[in-house]
Design a protein around this ligand. Structure first.
Ligand code: 5AD
Ligand code: SF4
Length: 474
C-alpha cells in the first residue's frame, strides 16, 4: 500500500492509519475513500497494524467465513491495544463495512475493545466519530478500563455519502475504481447485500462524469465502474432524463485519455439491448464481462429468486457474443443451495460446459441468518457441498487454462500494474483481464504496452514486451 502523507511538517499531527480491506471491489473503493477522509486529519497510511494509531477493518459479511475472520483479527487487535495501554499509548479500533452494518452494536458486545462501528453509508462522518471515540476513550482510560469507546453509526442517511466525501485520490498504476451505484433491490434468497448495503441508489450522471475526469487528470487510463448491481444503473442527468449504464459508458468513452472501461458486478436481468450493443460498439469497453449466474438449474434459480431461468442466461450470452465475438465471460457460482439435488448440480456443470468461462468465483452455500435461504428445508450437507465445489472448480480451472493457452502466440496490449516477485519482472492485464508476467522496466507500470504472449498457464501468461511499441519517458 502506498504511504500517503499529507500536510507539511508541523502543520498537522502525524498519525497513521492501517486499513484492512475484506471482500469485494466496492470495499476497496470505500477504503480509499476512508483514507481520503482521514488524510486532512493528519493520517498517513501505515503498512501494518503495529505502526498504526488507528486500525480500520473494512469488513465483508457475504459468507460466514468472511465475518468470522473479522472477529479473529479483532481478538489480535485487542491484545495490541492492551499492550499499548500498558505503555501509556493507545490504539483506536474501527470496524467498517458490511459486518458493521449488519451486526452494529453486537460487535462491541462481542469485542469490547472496538472503539468505532461505522456502516458503509456513514464514512463521511468518520472525523466526528473519531473525535467522539477519543473523548469517550479518555474517560474510560481515566477509569483504567480496557474496553474501546463503542461509538456507532450505521444509519442509512437521507442524503448520499457521496455528496460529503472528498474527491478521490485512488489512482493506482493507471487504474481507478469509480463507484456509480450502490445497494440492491433484488433480494436473492441467499444474499445479505440488500440488508447491508440498502436499496439501489445510482449516483447522478454529472457527479460520475466529474469524478471520472478527476481520475483521468490524476493519471487513470482505465476506469472500472463499480456497483453491487452496476448494470441496473439509472442515474439522473442534468436535464432530468435518466441514463442507463450503456449511455454512461458511451459518454465516459468520449473523455480524452480513457483507454479502458470495465464494469462490475452485473445481474443478467439488467443486461439490456443497448448495453449488449455497447460491447460491440465502444472500443474502450474491454471484452470481458463478469456476469454471475449462480446456478444452471431452473429450479434452484427460482428458489434463489434470481428472476431468470437458464435459457435467458444462455440467450444473453449468445447476444453478447454476437456483439463482441472475443468476449471473455466470468461468473459466480454457488453450490449446495438448499434443495440442490445431483441433477440440479449436473445442470450447472452442463451450463458451464456450454458457455465456457475464462475465470470464475465459486462458493459453497453459506447460511446467512436473516436471509430467506437460511430458513429453507433440505440444507445440503457440508461433505456434498465440498465434493460439488471441487468438481465445479476443476472444470472451471480447465476452462481458464485452455483460454490462457489459446492466447499464447498472439500479441496483445497489456496495462502494466505492478512489479513481480522476480527482479526485473512486471505484471499487467490483457483486455480479457488475464495476468501477464514479462521482463520490463518498472517505468512501464501504468502504461499500455504490446506484449507477445509466449506461454499460457492456469492463472496467468508469460509474455515478452514488443520493443518499439512504447517510448520510455526519460
Ligand atoms: N453463500 C455463498 N455464496 C454467496 N454469495 C453471496 N451470498 C452467498 C452465500 N450466502 C456469492 C454469490 C455472489 C458473490 C458475490 O458471493 O455468488 O455473486
Ligand atoms: Fe445479492 Fe442478488 Fe443483489 Fe447480487 S443481485 S447483491 S446476489 S441480492
Amino acid at each position: 500500500m502506498k504511504d500517503v502523507r499529507t500536510g507539511s511538517e508541523g502543520q498537522c499531527q502525524r498519525k497513521r492509519v492501517f486499513i484492512r480491506t475484506y471482500g469485494c471491489q466496492m470495499n476497496v473503493y470505500d477504503s480509499d475513500r476512508m483514507a481520503d477522509v482521514l488524510r486532512p486529519l493528519g493520517y498517513a497510511l501505515a503498512d501494518t497494524p503495529e505502526q498504526a494509531d488507528l486500525v480500520v477493518l473494512n469488513t465483508c459479511h457475504i459468507r460466514e467465513h468472511a465475518s468470522e475472520k473479522v472477529y479473529s483479527e479483532l481478538g489480535r487487535l485487542r491484545d495490541t491495544k492492551a499492550e499499548r495501554r500498558a505503555e501509556g499509548r493507545d490504539l483506536t479500533i474501527a470496524v467498517a463495512g458490511c459486518v458493521a452494518q449488519a451486526e452494529g452494536e453486537e460487535i462491541v458486545k462481542r469485542q469490547p475493545a472496538v472503539d468505532i462501528v461505522v456502516g458503509p453509508q456513514a464514512y463521511h462522518r468518520l472525523p466526528e466519530l473519531l473525535a467522539e471515540a477519543e473523548r469517550k476513550s479518555s474517560i474510560l482510560r481515566a477509569g483504567k478500563r480496557l474496553p474501546g469507546a463503542g461509538v456507532l453509526d450505521t444509519e442509512f442517511p437521507a442524503e448520499s455519502k457521496f455528496d460529503h466525501l472528498p474527491s478521490p485520490q485512488g489512482v493506482r498504476a493507471g487504474s481507478a475504481f469509480l463507484s456509480i451505484q450502490e445497494g440492491c433491490d433484488k433480494f436473492c434468497t441467499f444474499c445479505v447485500v440488500p440488508y447491508t448495503r440498502g436499496v439501489e441508489y445510482s449516483r447522478p450522471v454529472s457527479a460520475v462524469l466529474a469524478e471520472a475526469k478527476q481520475l483521468v487528470t490524476a493519471g487513470a487510463i482505465e476506469l472500472t465502474l463499480l456497483g453491487q448491481n452496476v448494470n441496473a444503473y439509472h442515474g439522473e442527468a442534468a436535464d432530468g432524463s435518466t441514463w442507463s449504464l450503456a449511455r454512461l459508458i458511451r459518454e465516459l468513452a468520449e473523455i480524452e485519455g480513457v483507454a479502458r472501461l470495465r464494469y462490475t458486478t452485473s445481474h443478467p436481468r439488467d443486461m439490456d439491448d443497448d448495453l449488449i450493443r455497447a460491447h460491440g460498439e465502444v472500443p474502450q469497453l474491454m471484452p470481458y464481462l463478469h456476469l454471475p449466474v449462480q446456478s444452471g438449474s431452473d429450479r434452484i434459480l427460482e428458489a434463489m429468486n434470481r428472476r431468470h431461468g437458464r435459457d435467458l442466461f444462455l440467450d444473453i450470452v449468445d447476444r453478447l457474443r454476437s456483439a463482441r465475438p472475443d468476449l471473455a465471460l466470468s461468473s459466480d457460482f454457488i453450490v449446495g443451495f438448499p434443495g440442490e439435488s445431483d441433477a440440479d448440480f449436473d445442470d450447472t456443470m452442463h451450463l458451464i460446459d456450454q458457455v465456457g468461462f475464462t475465470s470464475a468465483f465459486s462458493f459453497k452455500y453459506s447460511r446467512r441468518p436473516g436471509t430467506p435461504g437460511a430458513a429453507l428445508p433440505d440444507q445440503v450437507p457440508e461433505s456434498v457441498k465440498a465434493a460439488r465445489l471441487a468438481a465445479l472448480q476443476a472444470l472451471l480451472g480447465r476452462q481458464a487454462r485452455e483460454f490462457n493457452v489459446s492466447k499464447a502466440g498472439t500479441t496483445v496490449p497489456v496495462l502494466f500494474a505492478e512489479t513481480g516477485r522476480k527482479p526485473g519482472q512486471i505484471i499487467g492485464k490483457t483486455p480479457w483481464l488475464q495476468s501477464v508476467y514479462a521482463e520490463g522496466n518498472s517505468r512501464l507500470i501504468g502504461r499500455i504496452v504490446d506484449v507477445r504472449l509466449t506461454e499460457g498457464h492456469a492463472n496467468s501468461l508469460a509474455g515478452e514486451i514488443v520493443t518499439g511499441s512504447y517510448e520510455v519517458a526519460a
